[in-house]
Ligand binder design. Structure first.
Ligand code: NI
Ligand code: MN
Length: 226
């Protein structure tokens, strides 16, 4: 699969010929100013929770691409009201789509949509098909629930975890999360976008290395084959 970073917590994945976009927050992100959102394709929009830094461009991209939104029931209901159709899920449930299986898993965070609509409880996604299995955690603290992932899902090839601290786990807790989820390859997100979450990237990478783990920090706009 191909994974492209669009800044903050926004990634595009190509799986089985489908384009999947996670947590679109691009146009308000100064660091992502070179990304042209009109060029982004999204057959599916996967939204972890309702905060603005995860949904800012979701309705515009979703409308333009006729995307199918996948999130919790409350967020999908909000999308439907805005004309973007979706598939509602809730924690612990899994669904088979044409690109793979999606399981909506727990996150410890909060969730309200930008217009004040209740966003349900925040979550993350484990996604797998016969080629790959990965975890997109969304915003979360380090939590014991992470240990359920290797008990209920195929072995992870990699995980996309927040490392910016303050609103989510920091990179030190993300290192511990690796042990909980049984995966030593992490693609970092949710760092450097705002003052509150600025990190020392070299230090974060070194901290992972010291524990025999890998932290990949993709430049915005770059892709990786996984
Ligand atoms: Ni959040
Ligand atoms: Mn966030």
């Amino acid at each position: 699969m191909k994974l492209t970073y669009y800044g903050h917590s926004c990634f595009g994945a190509e799986m089985k010929g489908k384009h999947i976009l996670f947590d679109p927050f691009i146009s308000p992100n100064e660091l992502a100013k070179d990304i042209n959102i009109d060029e982004i394709r999204a057959d599916y929009l996967l939204v972890s929770h309702g905060h603005g830094d995860h949904v800012a461009d979701a309705v515009s991209i979703g409308s333009k691409n006729n995307s199918r939104a996948i999130s919790n029931f409350e967020i999908v209901s909000w999308f439907e009201q805005k004309g973007v159709h979706g598939h509602p899920m809730n924690h612990g449930g899994k669904v088979k789509f044409d690109f793979g299986v999606v399981k909506y898993v727990n996150a410890v965070h909060s969730s309200v949509l930008p217009d004040g609509t209740y966003g349900g409880n925040p979550g993350g996604f484990v996604i797998w098909n016969d080629e790959v299995c990965f975890y997109f955690s969304g915003d979360t603290a380090l939590t014991m629930d992470l240990k359920l992932i290797p008990m209920t899902c195929p072995a992870l090839d990699f995980a996309i975890l927040p490392i910016g601290d303050n609103f989510t786990m920091g990179y030190d807790d993300a290192i511990m999360a690796c042990d909980f989820i049984g995966c030593d390859k992490v693609i970092g997100c949710h760092y450097d976008t705002f003052g509150y979450i600025k990190i020392d990237q070299a230090r974060a990478k070194k901290a992972f290395e010291d524990k025999g783990k890998e932290l990949i920090l993709l430049p915005i706009g770059e892709s990786l084959d996984l």
